[in-house]
Design a protein around this ligand. Structure first.
Ligand SMILES: Cc1cc2nc3c(=O)[nH]c(=O)nc-3n(C[C@H](O)[C@H](O)[C@H](O)COP(=O)(O)OP(=O)(O)OC[C@H]3O[C@@H](n4cnc5c(N)ncnc54)[C@H](O)[C@@H]3O)c2cc1C
Length: 408
């Protein structure tokens, strides 16, 4: 087990400096433009690919960092730069992790390179789980995958929504129902290769924040993919379904808790994104409070403003510590007996929403305009309390865990 420390090691600090430089020099200056354009910032992704930030190697290196701090550190720095652009850069990684975690070696080797493309021809990938009638309630999913044994093909039909990079992705990872009796245990994930007939983009959403990140519906109409596109393979799926049926008969709790552990391990990464946005807004507010003078003195000389900044910084540091703890627990296989992953996501995302609103207040009229970045950061921050499980769902998971109740 990696020893716990509150400090990043030298190698991590070096990576952090490098990422911070990219966020400050490339991402932040482009943020306002791509927010206005509401388009995927391809030139910035290309830059990130050129320097090695947009690549499986980089993502995997952070993901497998034995201290658990690689991903939270990377997310915080990139999202400090700008949330919309950073999501365009890391969105592919979220889809790739689905393949890394559940795919066979052959699937990993075949599909992940096609998700990223290369520096001269970058591609993106999408992870499609949510549906119009299945958001928080994943078990209500309707997209069906039916096996055509004669052709060794899967046929998918349904509509996915809210997919980051949906429709513009080279590779889509789609979660579908293979056994409706088993609820969320009857789901499986499929690779939809580039240019597969039947997959199309539906509505592209015009959003409140993270507008540089593309979010759209994905429509699947008789989409046929080879049997080899089922993540993990048919044999493993059949074994898993058989086990789920047995456990469902025996009460089902062990299965539910295993599924929950996966979310506990991935939620701190979203918490780290929120910490990045919160820190960015706090820094702008701190600088402004030191230089803006009213009544003949900097506004930070007023205790009302200074205390607000003190509280903002305290919450941000507390959020980061919760995120780091949960990430460390995940990588060291510690049981999340109090849903510590959900705790970190809940606290960090609510902190980002609050701190970015306070930053607007500290900047006064300027904070309310697009001349300053804090209004954008506040719009961006709202997403953290919604995706990867809303704040209410985090509270529900924490409460049920504490009560020893099963989580649906
Ligand atoms: C910009 C963006 C990007 C996204 N990217 C992706 C992606 O790449 N892939 C993907 O699959 N999904 C993605 N999502 C979907 C996201 O995960 C869902 O929006 C989220 O899970 C909430 O689902 P919903 O929107 O259907 O809200 P609903 O589930 O309808 O919830 C509506 C409200 O009811 C509350 N609520 C629901 N159930 C309960 C309950 N039991 N107790 C208390 N309150 C409850 C919720 O907290 C919320 O406040 C994205 C969403 C957005 C907005």
């Amino acid at each position: 087990m990696a020893e716990f420390t509150m400090e990043l090691n030298d190698e991590q600090k070096e990576v952090q400096d490098w990422l911070h430089g990219f966020a400050a020099d490339v991402i932040r200056p482009a943020a306002a433009e791509w927010d206005e354009r509401e388009e995927t910032p391809w030139p910035v992704i290309q830059e990130a690919a050129k320097v090695g930030i947009y690549s499986l190697d980089f993502y995997a290196q952070q993901y497998f960092d034995p201290t658990g701090l690689g991903i939270p550190m990377a997310m915080e720095e990139l999202f400090w730069g700008d949330a919309g652009i950073a999501l365009s850069i890391v969105g592919t990684g979220l889809a790739a992790v689905g393949v890394l975690a559940n795919g066979t070696e052959e699937q990993i080797g075949t599909w992940i390179p096609q998700m990223y493309g290369d520096a001269g021809d970058v591609k993106v990938a999408a992870f499609c789980s949510s549906e119009p009638d299945a958001g928080s309630d994943v078990a209500s999913m309707r997209t069906r995958a039916v096996y055509d044994e004669a052709k060794d093909e899967w046929v998918l039909n349904g509509t996915k929504t809210w997919a980051t990079n949906g429709g513009i992705a080279n590779v889509h990872v789609v979660v579908a129902v293979v056994d409706a009796e088993l609820g969320s245990k009857g789901h499986a994930s499929f690779i939809i290769p580039p240019h597969t007939p039947g997959l199309s983009q539906g509505q592209k959403f015009k959003k409140h924040g993270i507008r540089a990140s593309h979010t759209a519906e994905v429509v699947l109409e008789d989409v046929r993919v080879p049997g080899s596109c089922l993540l993990g393979g048919k044999e493993k799926l059949d074994e898993r379904l058989a086990r789920a049926r047995e456990r469902a008969k025996a009460g089902g709790e062990r299965v539910k808790n295993a599924a929950m552990a996966t979310f506990e391990a991935s939620r701190p990464a979203v918490g780290a994104m929120a910490v990045g946005t919160a820190r960015a807004a706090y820094e702008v507010a701190l600088d402004y409070a030191k230089t803006r003078e009213q009544f003949g003195r900097p506004i930070i000389d007023n205790q009302g403003v200074a205390f607000q900044l003190a509280d903002m910084r305290t919450s941000i540091d507390a959020a980061r510590l919760l995120v780091w703890r949960a990430s460390w627990m995940a990588v060291n296989g510690k049981p999340f007996t109090a849903a510590e992953g959900s705790m970190s996501k809940l606290f960090a995302s609510e902190t980002a929403k609050k701190v970015t609103a306070e930053a607007i207040q500290i900047l006064g009229g300027n904070g309310y305009t697009r001349e300053y970045p804090v209004e954008r950061m506040h719009r961006d921050a709202a997403i953290y309390t919604i995706f990867e499980g809303t704040s209410e769902i985090q509270r529900l998971v924490i409460a049920r865990t504490l009560a020893g109740m099963p989580i649906r």
